[in-house]
Design a protein around this ligand. Structure first.
Ligand code: R7I
Ligand code: MG
Ligand code: MG
Length: 314
């Protein structure tokens, strides 16, 4: 169980760092950078906003032994490093928060008052998924509230809740051993539960397009599920990347290979896959290349272990 917590958080950071150098690139450009199939070498190991915000979520859950919106909003502001590549909506919300606007109101002002449906709330939600893996109602509530701080659009919140739920299913799954038929049935079961969880029509339609008995081409995946910065064009894609593969490495490489928003689709796929396969399934070479400064690889691992300790102490 502890290895699933560390796997989810480190997996998210590794996926982010692997996708970061090719963010905004086409599928073709990604394959010219990393090569087709085979072994991928991580290029820089520097993570982006996805991981910086995920760290804030985990720090806040640990410090408060659970969710505290005001504290989380403060941590997002305190951790903010503009060189990590934040989205424009989130930047504006963080500025508003730093000027004293309340966490409930600041996010409602962006995009002409619509609020953001970007994937910024889903990309950072892994700690919520592992921490509330056995309490669905609370998981959903906390996913929504943690989104509200920066993403108040219904679709931004729904994306975060779906991603958190998938991470929770991954924590609970993957224990039945390695028979192909069993693994297959487990994935069908997960997809079924995900469909049951989502009430929103936009996400529902996307999940309906996922077929586990047919391998889609990358072009089909991009066309049908998306590879962009909107939550509905990336969360289902991350879930699919996990469901169609059989290892952490293949899942994250597939997610990144789609291009578009690969740091974020990589981070979300990495979180689900890390929670499912556990930390030991993350390729050593990727982990070792992940940055290890003040809030780097070892810090993230310790944070995940603390989160686990708080969880079992409750
Ligand atoms: O969601 P957010 O934090 O961005 C996350 C992305 C990830 O790829 C990170 O790696 C980082 O690079 O940025 O930032 P937002 O600016 O809230 O949303 C991302 C994008 O989604 C915006 O730049 C818009 O293009 C789009 N978007 C919207 N467009 C119109 N109307 C989000 N919400 C809206 C909207 O309501
Ligand atoms: Mg990013
Ligand atoms: Mg991104």
């Amino acid at each position: 169980m502890k290895r699933k917590f560390t796997g989810a958080l480190l997996g998210s950071a590794v996926g982010d760092a692997l996708g970061a150098p090719v963010e905004g690139c086409s599928r073709q450009k990604v394959s010219s950078v990393y090569g087709e199939g085979g072994e991928w070498k991580m290029i820089s190991g520097r993570y982006t906003d996805d991981t910086e915000m995920m760290i804030g979520v985990a720090e806040s859950l640990v410090a408060n032994r659970g969710f505290n919106a005001e504290d989380l909003a403060r941590r997002f502001v305190a951790n903010y490093d503009p060189s990590r590549g934040y989205g424009p909506g989130t930047k504006e919300v963080l500025r508003r928060l730093s000027e004293g606007e309340s966490w409930e109101e600041a996010s409602k002002k962006v995009f002409g008052g619509a609020g953001s449906y970007g994937n910024g709330a889903a990309m950072r939600v892994a700690p919520v998924g592992v921490f509330y893996c056995d309490d669905l109602a609370r998981l959903k509530e906390v996913a929504y509230k943690s989104s509200q701080i920066t993403h108040s659009h219904e679709l931004g919140k729904e994306g975060a809740a779906l991603q958190a739920f998938c991470v929770a299913l991954a924590v609970r799954g993957g224990r039945g051993g390695g028979r192909v038929g069993e693994r297959r049935r487990e994935r069908e079961g997960m997809l079924h539960e995900l469909k049951g969880f989502v009430k929103n029509a936009v996400f529902r339609e996307k999940l309906e397009k996922i077929e586990l008995d047919k391998a889609k081409t990358r072009d089909e995946v991009v066309r049908e599920l998306g590879n962009g910065e909107a939550a509905f064009n990336s969360v289902p894609t991350a879930i699919y990347s996990f469901l169609r593969t059989e290892s952490f490495k293949d899942a994250v490489a597939f997610a990144v290979s789609l291009g578009g928003d690969p740091d974020t689709i990589g981070a979300m796929t990495g979180a689900i896959s890390g929670a499912y396969y556990g930390e030991t399934a993350i390729p050593k070479a990727w982990l070792e290349k992940l940055e290890d400064g003040r809030k780097g690889r070892r810090y993230i691992k310790r944070l995940a272990e603390e989160l686990y300790r708080v969880k079992i102490s409750l």
